[in-house]
Structures are given as structure tokens and as C-alpha cells.
Design a protein around this ligand. Structure first.
Ligand SMILES: [Zn+2]
Length: 335
């Protein structure tokens, strides 16, 4: 049975609705059980609709915490338009603190546009795409690095063929106010929430706000300020007389920007996130767990730029991403 819109939510009528999606979930200990996945809708008059999602991956926490606080604090009379909040998008994964769903093993961000008859992740993806994305003008999907990676806090957008859509996306990204904005071309964009929203012609912004399975005061405040800034940018909240922090637009060179671990071992980072490097600059050392008398393998940067991502855990496997270097990207053609 597909997921239905809860009876206590009315998308077309002003109000603040705090409800749950009822997702059928039969287990050994709860034969006719359901998961009750939070969904918050706040509407006041005419205006833009923004959908905020957190917990697309269940081990990324800035989104869930910031959106939970937003859902508690935002009042109907504060806004003009509609705000839809899904704090825990892959709800079973968030409950388990894992990247992927423990129920069907699926990655939510490879499951769009979903399937109403499919397994639990596909059912949620279908509901979110059909019922929430379609109602929205803007989608902000708050990610962090998860347990296995740590990011210098950034917003993430993609190269879009539609110039008007690209310009609006760049402008909204600037308004978020993260220290860095990455402009990416995904290697494989199939099944991503990003892709289905962008293909629908809507504005889509993602983030990578930290990671390692924890939150920091800095990354959480970037998330919370970014949410408020987006609401002001789209005139859902009134403007205030305050300048948004400058963001630095960057891209990751496809050749040499991504550094994978050449072997399994323990990764020792040698520089901090946000540091600038030249080609050949040492980034870290890989220590073999088996060949105890062999020297550590030095990992060096293949390009000039800034370290924006590194492995979030010391133990790494062969071909894990251990470092990502970004270089400046000129967005002036989109402004
Ligand atoms: Zn993620």
C-alpha cells in the first residue's frame, strides 16, 4: 500500500501541521507495525514553497538537528508562502544511525524517483517526489560527510544546461552563505534527489556540512543560518539588514581532484581541511596494517587547490575517498 498524505495535513490551507507519514513496516516483533516518519508543513498565504530535507543519509546530523529546531520554532504568521520540512528523509537509516537503510539496504540518494510498490526506501522516495517535490519551487537537501568523510562546510550545486535555472541556483547558493560552494558534475547522477529536482526545472541546493558522524557548533550554525537565509532569499521570511557571509565558488577537477586510497590501511592526515596546497604537496600517510616494517606511503596532491574533504576515519579500505581538492570556479557568467 503506497504512503498516503496524512489526514491532518492540508497543503492548500494556511496553518502549521506537525504530522507523520505512516509507513507500513512489518517485522518479526511487530507484524502489523508501521514507522511514523515526521513531516511538517507550514503555510501562510501566497508565496514560494521550499522543501527542506535532512537525513537523506542516516549518519549525517546537521540537517536533522537544524530542521527539527526549525519545525519547532517557525510560526505560521512568520512566513509568507509554504515551508515543508522532512527532518529524517531515510527514517529507518536515521533511527539506526547508518548511511543506508537497514531495512532494504538502499541508499536513499540512489532511489529517486522511487516506486510506490517498491521496498521502504523506494516508497519514501516516491512519496517525497510525487507529493512534496512536485509542490515545491525550491528543494534544499542538507547532507554532511557521514561517518566516512569530513568536509569543509559547503553548499553543493551542479552544472545545469538551462541558463536561467543555473543563474537562479547560483544566486540562491550565494544567499545560503556557506564558506564554500562546490559546483559539481556528478560521475553518476542516476537516482539522486538532486537529479529529479533539477530535471523538474526547480531550484536545488545540497550541502556537505561536516561529517564523521558528529556535529559541531560551527557546522550547525552554518546550517541554521543557511536555512534562514534561503527563506529570506525567496521572500518567505522578511528581509533583515544583515550581510550574508561571502561564499567561495569552487569545483573539483575530474583529473586529480579526487584521491582514492591506493591500499587498505590507517590514514594519517597531514594537513587540515581548508588548507591550500600545490601539486605534489603531502596530504597524508597510509600505514599498512600488515607490513609492519614497510615505510608509510605518502599521499600527495595531484593538483593545486584547497583540501575540502578527507577521510573521516583512520581505517580506510582500498579505493576509499581519502582527499578531495577543489579549485576556484568563476561563476560570473551566471550572474
Ligand atoms: Zn549524504
Amino acid at each position: 500500500m503506497p504512503i498516503k498524505i496524512p489526514e491532518d495535513i492540508n497543503f492548500d490551507s494556511d496553518g502549521k501541521y506537525i504530522s507523520c507519514l505512516k509507513i507500513p513496516h512489518s517485522t518479526n516483533t511487530s507484524g502489523w507495525g508501521s514507522l511514523m516518519m515526521p513531516l511538517i508543513v507550514i503555510r501562510n498565504g501566497q508565496g514560494k514553497t521550499v522543501l527542506f530535507t535532512g537525513g537523506n543519509h542516516g549518519d549525517e546530523y546537521e540537517g536533522p538537528i537544524a530542521l527539527r529546531k526549525l519545525a519547532n520554532e517557525l510560526k505560521r504568521e512568520d512566513i509568507q508562502g509554504q515551508v515543508i520540512i522532512v527532518p529524517y528523509l531515510n527514517f529507518p537509516a536515521v533511527l539506526a544511525g547508518s548511511r543506508l537503510s537497514p531495512v532494504d539496504g538502499l541508499n536513499m540518494n540512489r532511489s529517486f524517483p522511487g516506486d510506490p510498490q517498491g521496498s521502504i526506501t523506494l516508497m519514501i522516495a516516491d512519496f517525497v517526489f510525487q507529493q512534496l517535490v512536485q509542490r515545491s519551487d525550491v528543494v534544499v537537501d542538507l547532507h554532511s560527510g557521514g561517518s566516512s568523510m569530513i568536509f569543509e562546510p559547503c553548499t553543493v550545486i551542479h552544472h545545469l544546461d538551462d541558463l536561467k535555472q543555473m543563474k537562479e541556483t547560483v544566486s540562491a547558493t550565494r544567499s545560503f552563505g556557506a564558506p564554500i560552494s562546490l559546483v559539481l558534475r556528478e560521475l553518476d547522477s542516476r537516482g539522486m534527489l538532486d537529479t529529479v529536482v533539477e530535471k523538474s526545472g526547480k531550484i536545488f541546493i545540497s550541502t556537505e556540512l561536516g561529517g564523521g558522524g558528529f556535529v559541531s557548533p560551527r557546522t550547525l550554525s552554518i546550517a541554521e543560518n543557511g536555512i534562514q537565509n534561503i527563506l529570506r532569499h525567496f521572500a518567505i521570511l522578511p528581509e533583515i539588514d544583515e550581510t550574508v557571509p561571502e561564499t567561495r565558488f569552487m569545483e573539483t577537477p575530474e583529473n586529480g581532484g579526487y584521491i582514492m586510497s591506493p591500499n587498505a590501511g590507517l590514514y594519517e592526515p597531514l594537513i587540515e581541511l581548508g588548507e591550500q596546497v600545490n601539486k605534489g604537496h603531502p596530504l597524508g600517510r597510509l600505514h599498512s596494517l600488515t607490513e609492519i616494517d614497510s615505510p608509510a606511503l605518502e599521499i600527495t596532491s595531484q593538483v593545486e587547490g584547497m583540501l575540502v574533504t578527507r577521510a573521516g576515519r583512520a581505517p580506510v579500505k582500498h579505493w576509499d575517498t581519502i582527499a578531495v581538492i577543489a579549485s576556484d570556479f568563476d561563476v560570473s557568467v551566471y550572474e
